[in-house]
Design a binder for this molecule. Structure first.
Ligand code: 4G4
Length: 229
């Protein structure tokens, strides 16, 4: 799998290459990452990537031309057209199911907006899907893009160690996860649920499943009503 990222702040992506599961997965060549700065595809001496919005109003808009040229340069390096994703608050919500669907693409290009976003004509001509990581706003698409990439990367076979398997994640069965405990057996007067100390694995599995259901009912009843509809 290969990710190409269009961003005015390529240095931010060191967060993925320098630590954790995403760094090990790059080192093991489970995926590749290349960043592209649209500033390098500008035509004027000031390397302008943004301009004022038609119709007036506050803020700036990312211009069509540098982004289109960046996409063409990316396509020039690939065998086939990439799946182009634009991160924006106006996108379809990202879910674990959507993350799993994205693992099927060999090439994903992520477009990271800054300012008020990108010229709508770039979206209609070149973007395959617009995705939101949640109903809130951050200053740029970079952090949302990194979250999407991290979520996809950890599903690539071999990215997680045996001890942490993706099948055991929250949402893998559509429910929230059960609580977890480790040593010591008592800490600041708080003990571990006795069922986990008794070694009856059928009973432990049943307890964990019940905890998942109870927590989902109490914290996210919206998830249960989706499953039951
Ligand atoms: C596109 C349009 C994504 C990108 C406007 C991006 C939240 C999300 C951005 C903006 C983002 C999300 C600056 C408002 C960058 N914020 N929820 N910001 N804004 O996925």
């Amino acid at each position: 799998m290969r990710f190409d990222v269009i961003t005015l702040f390529p240095e931010m992506f060191a967060a993925l290459t320098e630590s954790g599961v995403s760094r090990r997965a790059i080192q093991s060549e489970l995926y590749a990452l290349k960043t592209w700065n649209p500033r390098q595809f500008t035509l004027d001496k000031h390397k302008t990537v943004d301009d004022r919005p038609y119709g007036g109003g506050p803020g700036m808009v990312m211009m069509y031309q540098p982004l289109k040229e960046t996409l063409s340069a990316i396509e020039g390096e690939l065998q086939a057209k990439p799946h182009v994703v634009y991160l924006s608050p106006q996108g379809q919500p990202l879910t674990q199911q959507k993350v799993a669907d994205l693992t099927q693409y060999d090439n994903i290009t992520l477009l990271c907006g800054r300012y008020e976003g990108v010229d709508e004509r770039l979206i209609t001509s070149s973007v395959d899907e617009e995705i939101s990581i949640g109903d809130f706003v951050v200053s740029g698409g970079e952090l949302p893009a990194m979250m999407l990439m991290d979520a996809v990367i950890r599903l690539i076979p071999g990215a997680l160690g045996h001890s942490q398997s993706a099948e055991q994640d929250s949402f893998s069965d559509g429910l929230l996860d059960c609580p977890h405990y480790t040593r010591p057996e008592v800490v600041d007067g708080m003990c571990v649920p006795s069922v986990l100390m008794e070694g009856n694995h059928a009973k432990i599995d049943a307890w964990r499943q019940a905890q998942k259901l109870v927590r989902t009912q109490q914290r996210r009843p919206d998830i249960l009503s989706d499953i039951n509809s």
